[in-house]
Write a new protein. Sequence first.
Length: 169
Amino acid sequence: MNFDKCLVVFSHGMESSPASTKIQVLSKIAEGRGAKTIAPDYTDSVELKVRLEMLREVLKNEDFESLILVGSSMGSLVSLIYSQTSDANIAGMFLMAPAVGIENIGFPEINVKNVKILHGWRDEIIPANVVIEYSSKINAQLTLVDDMHRLKDSHEIMKALFSAMLDEL
């Protein structure tokens, strides 16, 4: 894949920000391959619909041929729902502790072939069995680690999995 015309969008979680450690670490990997990266700031709203509209607005002003969506927790949900409603060429998705299976949202169906999910066995917010079920439903590669929702002890495997996904593209 030619990363020169690729945009990598990082969507942070509900209680996080574009300055999160995950975004900082993973954006360096994508930029090292020549991709442009952006991380919209959703901190003004905890509502999924508002965050989704914010993402759409940001992407209207971007020039790209392919898109890679990276999300953490609620940011994963924003990425998943965006992928359902967009005609953009979404080359892949990297989802960390995705907030799937929650009330009123359920399990978004997607049409993206390269989806990788990293989730903690001890996630105290989204149980691992819910993410296992969802991963199976969308045929995503799931990696489970001995960690909690924030995945703070899993940065090395996170970097390795994200790099491997980019290599596959």
